[in-house]
Ligand binder design. Structure first.
Ligand code: PA5
Length: 431
């Protein structure tokens, strides 16, 4: 279901020291499994997979179905880990263009999932409220701390808008938050909203397989059980030390980091995988970027970005490594039509699928970048479905934990995120 090829980093690695690095990576992996590394109180992303709560999965699926049947729009309010996971999965699995379908002559509307509270744009929020006018809206407000400014402010505005329009807000607003702490927990109890709990031992960027990610994904019509159990299956496979691709990925990135590489680019050739890139970016950026260490994670969507960043990637400063995340099978088999006039000179492509051309773009790019001095790695999804994405989520979560331990940092905290908040709250006069 997922294949890994790391050989494109070989020419850039010093294998004389390799055994020592491999031993350290294996020790880091064992520390993750045994819960003996720094930040081990945050290993709930593994615990939830070790003790699957099927009743919770069923409950979330049922509420997701209720939302999809009763709402035109699900508004998800959240930021960072309370936003990126569901956005990644929904975007990867959804058609590019929403359409209402007709089943047995009955028109059914596709639920639209829209995000808010993931920035502070006033224009976005006011135009969003105008767009929602006349629609049936459900809200899922998601915040572990319950106090993050962006979602809290958006929720205050949206709550007031909802109260002016719907008599059944306590049914339409669902909060996902801490089980006992934070303003959102208190407010939800006072208002009688339905709530889901974010477990204490799961950090924001590791929370996609908790109700944080699962409720929006279920409401969007996707199979959260396959997603969840895909991750469970990957966890079992990655328990091994030998032939473990998560260890291999972590140790090669680390070895390149030690050789002066400073940036890892995750490149996708299918725009619907760019959300997975954004989720990966937070996972690796917040987990590893500490104490002056870590690779800067950047996402490129090709071939679009080959026409903006391609020059730099090919011939700019040689401090980049590149990981291609590719989908083997695409949904479309669109053909290039024949054209006897051949005015555009494209007849050499007549009869080819557009997917074949995209594949050639990928193969050509990876070859050219490798020749240009970029270490490359490849992760191939044979299918983009719930199970494969569940597997990929666990793969990256495990790899980033091993990678953080190799760097000597706690991969589960994010003290640096507080700095901008302190400055901003000072400017806003918060006591
Ligand atoms: O990974 C993290 O912990 C952060 O990115 C949080 O997810 C983000 O800051 C949102 O926090 P909260 O869910 O508490 O509102």
């Amino acid at each position: 279901m997922i294949r890994f090829d790391f050989t494109g980093t070989d020419p850039f690695l010093d294998k004389s020291q390799w055994d020592g690095v491999v031993r350290r990576a294996q020790a880091a992996h064992r520390a993750v499994l045994s819960g003996t590394g720094p930040g081990n109180e945050w290993l709930g992303w593994r615990r939830i997979l070790q003790q699957p709560n099927d009743a919770l999965l069923e409950d979330i699926s049922a509420v997701g179905k209720e939302i999809s049947e009763r709402a035109d729009v699900l508004l998800c309010i959240g930021i960072g880990g309370s936003f990126l996971g569901s956005e990644a999965i929904i975007r990867a699995l959804s058609p590019y263009f929403r359409s209402n379908s007709s089943k047995e002559g009955v028109e059914t509307k596709a639920l639209e999932v829209i995000y808010a509270g993931h920035h502070l744009s006033s224009t976005y929020l006011s135009e969003l409220l105008a767009y929602l006018e006349g629609k049936s809206v459900y809200v899922n407000v998601i915040s572990k701390s319950g106090t993050t400014l962006e979602p809290a402010v958006a929720f205050r505005i949206i709550r007031s808008w909802m109260e002016d329009r719907f008599d059944d807000c306590e049914r339409r607003i669902i909060a996902t938050t801490d089980q006992s702490k934070g303003a959102l927990r208190q407010l939800s109890e006072k208002m009688g909203y339905r709530t889901y709990i974010i477990p204490d031992d799961v950090g924001g960027r590791f929370s996609v397989l908790t109700p944080v990610g699962l409720l929006p994904i279920a409401a969007a019509g996707f199979d959260i059980r396959s997603l969840f159990y895909g991750a469970v299956a990957m966890m079992a496979e990655l328990a091994e030390t030998e032939g473990n691709p998560a260890i291999e990925y972590a140790l090669r990135r680390y070895a390149l980091h030690e050789r002066g590489f400073t940036t890892e680019v995750l490149s996708v050739f299918e725009p619907r995988l760019a959300g997975v890139g954004a989720w990966w970016q937070q996972l690796f950026g917040e987990s590893e970027g500490k104490e002056g260490k870590g690779l800067f994670p950047a996402v490129c969507t090709f071939s679009t970005d080959l026409h903006s960043l391609g020059q730099y990637l090919q011939a700019g400063r040689r401090n980049l490594l590149e990981t291609f995340l590719v989908a083997e099978k695409e949904r479309s088999t669109l053909l290039i039509p024949a054209d006897p006039a051949n005015l555009d000179g494209l007849n050499y492509l007549s009869g080819s699928t557009l997917s074949r051309i995209n594949q050639a773009a990928f193969e050509g790019t990876s070859k050219a970048h490798l020749q240009g001095g970029v270490p490359i790695q490849q992760i191939t999804l044979s299918m983009v479905n719930e199970e494969a994405l569940g597997r990929l989520i666990y793969f990256f979560e495990h790899a980033v934990s091993v990678g953080g331990y190799l760097l000597g940092v706690n991969p589960f905290d994010q003290p640096g995120v507080e700095a901008y908040k302190m400055e901003m709250f000072g400017l806003l006069g918060k006591s």
